[in-house]
Design a protein. Sequence first.
Lengths: 340, 337
Amino acid sequence: MAENLQVQLARQPEGVPRATDFQVTKAARPSAGAGQFLIRNMYLSLDPYQRGAIAGRHMGHTRLNQGDVIYGRCLGEVIESKHPDYKVGEIVVSESGWQQYFVSSGSAHDEVRKVKPEAPLSAYLGALGMPGLTAWAGVEKLAQPTLGDTFVVSSAAGPVGGTAGQLAKAKGCRVVGIAGGDEKCKTVIETYGFDDCINYKAKDWAERLKAACPNGINHYFDNVGGPMLDTLLTQMALYGKVIMCGLASLYNRTSDGEFAGNNMGPVVGKRAQLLGLVVYDYYDKFPEFQKIGARLMKQGKLAIHEDRVDGLENAPTHFVKLASGLNNGKALVAIAPEKV
Amino acid sequence: MAGGNPQVVLKRQRDGVPVPEDFSFIDGPMPAPGPGQILVRNIYLSLDMFVRKAMRGDHYGYDILKPGDVIHGNNVARVIRSNHADYKPGDVIVVESGWQHYAAVEASKVVAFVDPMLAPLSTAVGALGMPGLTAWASVTHLIQPTLGSTFVVSAAAGPVGAVTGQLAKRAGARVVGIAGSAEKCQLVTRTYGFDACVNYKQADWEDQLKAACPDGIDGYHDNVGGTMLQAVCKQFNLYATVALCGRPNDYNAGGFTGIQMGPFIGKRARVKGLVVYDYYGDRDTFLSVAGPLVREGALKVKEDHVSGLENAIPHFIKLMKGENIGKAIVAVGPEKA
């Protein structure tokens, strides 16, 4: 019998997840029923928000129980179809979960989106996927930086931060990244082309950031929240904007009381604007963004850096690496070859 | 040196809600204006929450007070003598001239000229002064409520909150206040004309707020910060706008109450810091809107007056405890020249 390798929850993680919180199992490979189609997944996207989703802390995701397939977005190919809108051979991204095969009816819940490949396929889970759309919405719709502005982004080596910074750079900003380690900073400067990058694990990172942003920070694309946000707020230029996109520094927390919250004092003093960003609001803009993103890639203005492993069975350890902040670039699992 | 200038000065620096023992009421020296300075006689002293942190040197442009320093404060005052070409004896101005009867000040301390014909003089530090300008900036520049939207104001009985809510109401919003007693709420709904007011000292105030905002909250003018901001956020509609204007609890304590940003992301909230000093240049525009409204009684103001500078001390403590109702003012001296 044909198999479908899956990764399921073994138990709810406490704090930073461990590989033993997951279980790799073999289910029977499904086939498409009436009104359905079958996707063969090639790449699984690993994203920081999945940590919160597993615990039911992320919007639209209920807390997982033991035996549930882990939430995750995959890029794959339609290999069977009894659905009028999906043809065999089409490339799609879907909320398939961590598994090799996925049967969908094309419901809203499955969030199936067709991809017209104009770039490497895996990019449609990163710089041209949801992370890229997040970055584009934050830059073009919320921050709207102008020539010469200073634009700072945290988690700069990741696909959201890396793309946000490159888009801001393409718009004429001075772009400074914040990342956790010298190797990540090297990626941020050498691959993504940021003007500077600060390793926040250095003791004097706040002073270094200040030196890198002598005119103050006009835009802060915040992927981490927490104490770092408090520090950044003190370095904003008057009327600066903070795009509140993620709270990666808090995703592994075991209780809400672990972080006492941010100080709003500097928000008033700097006349800052804090703008919440949720990418789901911009799904209807996906085609527009992907066209622009693919063009920037061809022009050499949007580079990608991936951190991949082969084989779905390695997804848990790769996710632990991501949740521990040890990955460098877009975290991906290559589930199966693009061509079979 | 001869006295003749009653003053309230700092006796000691400490954190927390102020107590009478933090102040001294003394007879200070009569000042003489130096070159370029003006001598003013204070008429109405404005008591404001920000003064608490200004005393600590924790407010833009104010140095920490040392024992013996006169307490910071804005006054409606009359120019007595002038060594500055822009001011002449008899002019009425709003000026940072402190808790005292007379002050010799640099022209840079003058906040504005007051047109004595526009409205009662004391409104120049209330509904037509900094609190009113703050409210106007919040409504017309930061929150910009749309017709039929729901607009919530905390510290609604205070001078900023009262004007904010009334201006938002004039702009076509449904306006709900939050205040700290049934008496304050009565003022807010009956006198200021808000659609509803919730007393946050009642245990179920969040449920009451929800009931008062059946369509959710689109705009929130926050005079309080802290746990109330966090609680009000729960009832935001998507893309709600928040103007952050004051944090009196933080002013007393000298620390801050942390805010969890997660819910603000979920609501796609737009949180904006408001500093009234940015809008001083718009004062004439503001007065052209609010001046006639105050004069005609269309914009209601309630002032909480005491007479005599020595009473500034208990009146300020009352303000910082949230026990006053309306704009806190001390009548220091007569209006007439």
